[in-house]
Design a protein around this ligand. Structure first.
Ligand code: GLU
Length: 416
């Protein structure tokens, strides 16, 4: 069976067919630049010792130091980390950021850790990979299962190792420690900027019904932004199940249910709200489906049940290439991950710039620059899609590849 990495590489190879590319560039991108694995032994609160498997993959650095999050999840594995690092390489290129791509991960269920164990694991990660990361080499950030607290511990550990305060080694930090304003909802806001910018082209009207798969940081912020602008959130799911409100949720109640009840299903029983099995969320009657959970959630087996006309990929790799084909035949438009969820890494870039300049930008400055960047690159992706008559996903990969190839070319043949 094709792995996530196989599927990701396949998309890049398909995109290459639409460019007049020196085959050596693509050949180089078939393998990661550097893949490091480590074992992180942690003293648990009960006095026992547990060992966790950890990875950091720097996929390609043609465009600059590598950039990408660190995931804490029980299903983390080398193939997934490498695939996500390749997606980051393409994502940074789509946004025209001066970064290559990377990703890291620890195979652990973060919910099983106490606060102190989470801190020990975060610090152990940095001790194991301190020789890999650095503000000019590889800059981590949050991903699934990690948050600003994780980033704070990691930055502190790295600063201790190198003997100087080094905020630019990691992004997504708390604002009190050099994090950027606007980083917390940047992934959702970036996607929303594109939706608003392209609403007319997409035939989208405010008031449209929206279903959200995955009610974590990105999914919750997306629900908030869309509801505030008049869209109707009619379904939401998380790891425990899903809830459906055909007339639309009271967004305040839904967010409170998630934040205080732990899961969206704690909303079930309220007027007009019913609980449905998690996998039925995809089939809910709506115009927009936001995928904000994990990779491979929409596959050949369930793509046909989707009713939405527009899919917004807030997660990385939520739709398999086989499902892409099914959805294309159904005329469903997909706003692809490497463009659509790139608001997160874009504001991470802003954070890195602020740290290096010793500066702080206002929230308005961050929002304005994010909007400009998202609209600019969305226009570039749409232009390729029209010109070459290809999907937005392939167009995004074409744009990414053309920029990576230009950097490789400029670096000279001796780099091969
Ligand atoms: N983990 C996020 C992503 O997948 C953010 C990466 C970053 O900010 O470097 O895009």
């Amino acid at each position: 069976m094709a792995t996530l990495f196989d599927n990701t590489l396949k998309r890049l190879i398909e995109a290459a067919e639409h460019l007049d590319l020196d085959p050596r560039f693509l050949e180089k991108l078939k393998n990661a630049l550097e893949m490091t694995q480590a074992r992180l032994p942690i003293r648990m609160d009960d006095g026992s010792t547990k060992s966790f498997l950890a990875f950091r993959c720097r996929y390609d650095d043609s465009l600059g130091p590598t950039k990408g999050g660190i995931r804490f999840h029980q299903q983390v594995n080398g193939d997934e980390v490498m695939a996500l690092a390749l997606m980051m390489t393409s994502k940074c290129a789509v946004m025209d950021l001066p970064f290559g791509g990377a990703k890291g991960g620890v195979m652990v269920d973060p919910h099983s850790l106490s606060n102190m164990e989470h801190e020990s694991l975060s610090r152990a990660y940095v001790r194991a990979f301190a020789h890999v990361i650095g503000p000019d080499r590889d800059i981590p950030a949050p991903d699934v299962g990690t948050n600003e607290k994780t980033m704070a511990w990691m930055m502190d550990e790295y600063s201790t190792i190198v003997g100087k305060r080094t905020p630019a080694v990691i992004t997504g930090k708390p604002v009190a420690l050099g994090g950027s304003l606007g980083r917390d909802d940047a992934t959702a806001r970036g996607a929303y900027n594109i939706i608003e910018h392209k609403a007319r082209t997409l035939g989208l009207k405010r008031g449209a019904r929206v279903a959200i798969q995955g009610f974590g940081n990105a999914g919750m912020h997306m629900a908030q932004l869309m509801a505030a602008d008049g869209y109707k959130i009619v379904a939401a799911s998380d790891s425990k199940g899903a809830v459906h409100a055909p007339a639309g949720f009271d967004i305040g109640e839904l967010l409170a249910a998630k934040l205080h009840g732990g899961n969206v299903t704690s909303m079930a029983g309220s007027a007009g709200v019913s609980e449905i099995p998690g996998d039925e969320l995809l089939a809910v009657d709506c115009e927009v489906l936001v995928l904000a959970a994990l990779e491979n959630m929409v596959h050949k087996g369930n793509a046909g049940s989707i009713k939405a006309r527009l899919i917004v990929e807030l997660a990385n790799g939520p739709v398999t290439p086989e499902a892409d084909e099914v959805l294309k035949a159904m005329n469903v438009v997909i706003l692809p991950d490497i463009l659509t969820n790139a608001g997160g890494v874009t504001v991470s870039y802003f954070e890195w710039v602020q740290n290096r300049e010793g500066d702080r930008w206002t929230l308005d400055q961050v929002h304005a620059r994010l909007k400009t960047a998202m609209e600019r690159e969305a226009d570039a992706v749409w232009a390729y899609a029209r010109e070459k008559n290809i999907t937005l996903r392939t167009a995004a990969y074409v744009l990414a590849l053309s920029r990576i190839a230009a950097a490789m070319e400029a670096l000279g043949t001796d780099k091969f």
